[in-house]
Design a protein around this ligand. Sequence first.
Ligand SMILES: Nc1nc2c(ncn2[C@@H]2O[C@H](COP(=O)(O)OP(=O)(O)OP(=O)(O)O)[C@@H](O)[C@H]2O)c(=O)[nH]1
Length: 200
Amino acid sequence: MSGQRVDVKVVMLGKEYVGKTSLVERYVHDRFLVGPYQNTIGAAFVAKVMSVGDRTVTLGIWDTAGSERYEAMSRIYYRGAKAAIVCYGKGGSGLFLKQEGLGARLVSEKGCQIYLCGTKSDLLEEDRRRRRVDFHDVQDYADRVLALGPHRSSFFLPDELFQKVAEDYVSVAAFQVMTEDKGVDLGQKANPYFYSCCHH
Ligand SMILES: Nc1nc2c(ncn2[C@@H]2O[C@H](COP(=O)(O)OP(=O)(O)OP(=O)(O)O)[C@@H](O)[C@H]2O)c(=O)[nH]1
């Protein structure tokens, strides 16, 4: 990685145990690690080179620790992020508050595109009653807390999600403005995307 230029700083956010590391592992190494859960300490970094049309884009992905113990540290990692993947466990505890705080802070970060990612969809497929986070709550969060414009919902596999981030970097006007260092109008950069992922 030394000397390699990162085009897009991507930060993974969300509560502990929600599945951030597994999402990155699936995307970067195409594997799902079974075994005892190991929480991330601080943050982990990985770079991934990918193609968008005839362009090469390097994502620098910071997988931050979800535990509140590391919250102060995480702020360091999302400084300057151009994309934030905010993960929430659809079948998890139902607590969305931490992400709300993080999301609100991210909006104040210049030029950060936000992707809301529902994880562990496979658990819901096994048993619909496990759903704890309602899709409408997520929509409400995007509207009310992030105060962002129109949004879409899609089911994507992990590699498709990161591909979308890279494609947006190349194609979305706000990103193009940023690369020219002209600054970003927060009002125009604002579409959150809802993604639903599982890693199996
Ligand atoms: N069934 C299922 N389990 C998952 C999925 N993704 C992650 N897990 C499990 O959930 C647990 C937590 O996953 P991690 O990826 O380590 O979670 P994290 O968000 O990185 O956690 P922190 O490092 O504490 O922030 C692990 O035991 C994973 O095996 C998924 O899509 N489906």
